[in-house]
Design a protein. Sequence first.
Length: 113
Amino acid sequence: QLQASGGGLVQTGGSLRLSCAVSGIPFSILDMGWYRQGPGKQRDVVAHITTNGTTNYGDSLKGRFTISRDNTKNTVWLQMNSLKPEDSAVYYCNTRLLGTQFWGQGTLVTVSS
């Protein structure tokens, strides 16, 4: 299971740190990702981190967002800085194991202007 948390209401320019705790799946062998889905929009990739820590980011997010992981805590984080209203969305953590995708329940981020 994936349990996401850390969302909330923040002003433009503010920061939030999302967490995703993984249980029941061997975390250290998993590539992990964060996705987001705004109102009326498709779900898009935000960031991705491999088992060895290689990271990738969605368009224009690198530099503001940072994904990290701690295999001893079975947790992946998404640090979001300089937030903009267009970053408002439900954020989901994600992984895939043996062809099956696993999604967290989503955590809502709202950035006020």
